[in-house]
Design a protein around this ligand. Structure first.
Ligand code: ATP
Ligand code: MG
Ligand code: MG
Ligand code: MG
Length: 439
């Protein structure tokens, strides 16, 4: 992508409304635009990062055996009356009426709808286990939307729903998502701690929140420090190995870790000195087992091996991609701007032409751009007629992992400078060596 033809509305001034660094940087880097309170558009740079995050989530959901669908944002109130949640959900639910005055709502979550899909088609335990997920917008009329897309009213959620014949099978489904979440966040370059959590209005008795430790987090959390050094399960993990997965989950739940709602001061005091970590955290994912809470009232039953009908055991598993993006920034930035982990960066590298219009600089810039895009890399080529200083500032602000600087002096020797955004390390390479390095 040539920057001269891209849409990157950078802000020079610090936006006054931004209270935390990720919100400030997302606005300054032209990633998002607020359309009304807690409702955002994603501009091209932001959209690229969001899609990288979604791709990783999708990849790991699929690896764990979940199957992607797409359910609508607008739901009929009838389903929620069946489960009993239409009245319970309260003012966070945006309620609307269609032209026939039928009550509708903008979905804050999809347990009811997916249970309806399940009961319409699945009759036998032989069709289980089943896990269906989608990545779709949700709406919750939050009392205090704030921090940009970190707590917005309209936000994207990946929500998966598992269906099993009994509690043991449902625990295996839960464990699959637990391990998938460990892998998902690790691939995004962030370290998360699974913490015992309250099940809230969804109900049930087995639940973990996946928390990124960050000073600006809204949750107060308590955990054993060693979690931060635990090794994340590899890509070769066998998700069908029931005992193997249980072993991983047992390890990742063996030490103290709880959000403030579940915190037990006495138990925490027993953690050895020096290992107690009390911090603030950002909830980026949340998994629940809730048994037959929805299947019972909504009549989602399957025939078991005993020839009798059983209400299906369910769990739900959420990740908020539009919250994950600012959470990554909270964990990875410096004074100059964002520092993207390579796996979620909007571009793999940027080429900075210090002197657009100079024949040698343009020639080398074009050669690099053609060769690297040809090699399948996502390249942002700053070919604009701008001061070099402004181009460096833009590149640092938007946080692309590698910068290749083409300047009149070094190109006279056939060389370019390669800079790593995270370490600041610089190296001179010939144009050819730079192409080889990144192809
Ligand atoms: P919170 O405690 O922050 O209000 P929640 O517990 O209500 O979140 P869940 O119902 O567990 O949220 O939804 C699953 C995931 O959806 C959360 O872990 C989070 O990543 C994301 N999410 C929830 N609410 C929002 C929001 N208002 N803005 C952005 N993402 C959200
Ligand atoms: Mg909430
Ligand atoms: Mg919560
Ligand atoms: Mg939650």
């Amino acid at each position: 992508m040539r920057l001269s033809r891209f849409f990157l509305p950078i802000l020079k001034e610090n936006p006054k409304e931004a209270e935390i660094v990720s919100h400030r940087l997302m606005l300054r880097a032209g990633m998002i635009r607020q359309q009304s309170a807690g409702i955002y558009s994603w501009l091209p740079l932001g959209k690229r990062v969001l899609e990288k995050v979604n791709d990783i989530i999708r990849d790991e959901q699929n690896r764990a055996g979940a199957i992607e669908i797409l359910m609508p944002t607008i739901q009929s109130a009838e389903l929620w009356q069946e489960s009993g949640r239409y009245d319970d959900y309260g003012r966070e639910m945006l309620r609307i009426a269609d032209r026939q005055e039928r009550p509708m709502l903008y979905g804050p979550t999809n347990e009811e709808m997916v249970t309806d899909i399940f009961r319409s088609y699945v009759r036998s335990y032989k069709d289980l286990p089943l896990n269906l997920y989608h990545i779709q917008l949700k709406f919750r009329d939050e009392i205090r939307p704030r921090f940009g897309t970190m707590r917005s009213r309209e936000f994207l959620m990946k929500d998966a729903y598992s269906f099993d014949i009994d509690q043991d099978a449902a625990r295996h489904a839960y464990n699959k998502m637990f391990v998938a979440y460990l892998r998902t966040f690790a691939r995004m370059g962030i370290s998360v701690v699974p913490m015992r959590a309250d099940t809230g209005p969804i109900g049930g008795d087995l639940s973990h929140e996946f928390i990124i430790l960050a000073d600006t987090g809204e949750s107060e959390v308590f955990c054993h420090r060693d979690y931060l050094d635990f090794e994340v399960p590899g890509a070769d993990t066998d998700f069908d190995d029931v005992a193997g997965l249980q072993g991983i989950v047992d390890k990742w739940t063996s030490l103290y870790a709880a959000t403030s709602e579940m915190h037990d001061e006495k138990e925490f005091a027993r953690v050895e000195d020096g290992a107690r970590l009390s911090a603030r955290g950002i909830e980026v994912g949340h998994i629940f087992y809730f048994g037959t809470k929805y299947s019972e009232p909504m009549g989602a039953k399957v025939m078991g091996p005993d020839g009798k009908e059983h209400p299906v055991h369910m769990g739900s598993y959420g990740i908020g991609p539009t919250r994950v993006v600012p959470a990554i920034i909270e964990a990875s930035h410096d004074d100059a701007g964002i520092i993207w982990p390579e796996s979620v960066a909007p571009f793999d590298l940027s080429i900075i032409n210090m002197k657009a219009g100079d024949e040698a600089c343009d020639g080398a810039g074009d050669t690099l751009y053609d060769a690297l895009t040809g090699a399948g890399r996502d390249v942002l080529y700053d070919d604009r007629d701008e001061r070099a200083g402004a181009k460096f500032a833009t590149a640092d602000l938007i946080g692309v992992p590698w910068q290749i600087v083409v300047g009149p002096r070094s190109i006279a020797n056939g060389e370019v400078e390669v800079k790593n955004r995270r370490t600041g390390g610089r190296e001179n390479l010939t144009v050819e060596a730079a192409i080889n390095r990144f192809s």
